[in-house]
Ligand binder design. Structure first.
Ligand code: C2E
Ligand code: MG
Ligand code: MG
Ligand code: MG
Length: 279
């Protein structure tokens, strides 16, 4: 009977696993092509606002327009890029796209405040990858006044202990760092203290609906207090509701980002946001 069951489950699951694997490999192949193509990958920019609703910075977010499938979500292609190693090339391409966009705005007489770029741990692990990343920053002349980096809180935070940690290298060069999706990962207060990041980004899981949720409110209030005690700025992600904005402002949250303010905008929508009147 067991043999029969085994055979049944073999027949039941293998085609599905095969299909998932096939899709993943196809995505990887297409992403590799996209990195060569140079008209498929772009950046969108989402503004970050202070309590007075002034724009203080932007987060750059990768966008991929697949020639057949159309827009593919980063939630789908970033994990594939990370597991295939393509994230290294994607990270370098992202910097080049940012440089191109900054130059085109500058040519229109517009200057852009600080842009936050997401950095995967997979880009930080190997010395040769770190070296290429630093070289790309240098070649493109993207300095600490132009960009900062966001690192998602994860189990890899343990790597921060190592004295040659890339985090410390970037900080030594003057770049600011933000801990992304804070509250969903594994970082301890000891790590927060050791790495001394500039910003703490509270994940939208805690932010959305917080004004009506006493538990979320208490948690976010504590995170704001902890961050400020460590001289970090607090950024709330995923702010969608006016009541949540008001609550966050009352708590002393420094910056806010979310659909309630502005969705990520493509590069050609940026001039409108960068005009001095709007800044
Ligand atoms: P993230 O870094 O936490 O970026 C914020 C995500 O939340 C973005 O999704 C943004 O569009 C979305 N978001 C912003 N405001 C709201 C809101 O009010 N409500 C909701 N529901 N969502 C909101 P996106 O662009 O799909 O990116 C997803 C993730 O993919 C990012 O999360 C980041 O971890 C990763 N990612 C995106 N671009 C890059 C990149 O260039 N490099 C790397 N390594 N990762 C990237
Ligand atoms: Mg981010
Ligand atoms: Mg993230
Ligand atoms: Mg985030």
């Amino acid at each position: 009977h067991a043999k029969q069951l085994g055979k049944d489950s073999f027949q039941l699951f293998t085609p599905q696993i095969g299909e998932a694997l096939r899709l993943r490999l196809a995505l990887e192949r297409d992403l590799r092509a996209a990195l060569q193509a140079d008209d498929q990958l772009t950046l969108a920019y989402q503004p970050q606002y202070d309590a007075q609703r002034r724009i203080r910075g932007f987060e750059a977010l990768a966008r991929w327009r697949h020639p057949q499938r159309g827009w593919v979500s980063p939630a789908e292609f970033i994990p594939v890029a990370e597991s295939s190693g393509l994230i290294v090339e994607l990270g370098l391409a992202t910097l080049a796209l940012l440089r191109r966009d900054l130059d085109s705005w500058r040519a229109s007489g517009l200057s852009c405040p600080l842009v936050a770029v997401n950095l995967s741990w997979e880009q930080c692990r190997k010395p040769q990858h770190r070296e290429r990343f630093l070289q790309q920053l240098k070649t493109l002349q993207l300095g600490p006044a132009d960009i900062e980096f966001e690192l998602t809180e994860s189990a890899d935070f343990e790597d921060i202990d190592k004295p040659d940690s890339f985090v410390f290298t970037l900080q030594g060069l003057g770049y600011g760092l933000a801990i992304d999706d804070f509250g969903t990962g594994y970082s301890s207060l000891a790590y927060l203290r050791r790495i001394r990041c500039r910003k703490l980004k509270i994940d939208r899981l805690f932010v959305h609906g917080l004004s009506a949720n006493p538990e979320s409110r208490t948690l976010v209030e504590s995170m704001v207090r902890v961050a400020h005690a460590m001289r970090m700025l607090v950024v709330a992600e995923g702010v969608e509701l006016p009541d949540d904005e008001a609550t966050l402002v009352a708590m002393g949250c420094d910056l806010m980002q979310g659909f309630g303010f502005c969705r990520p905008v493509p590069a050609d929508g940026m001039p409108e946001l960068l005009r001095p009147a709007a800044a």
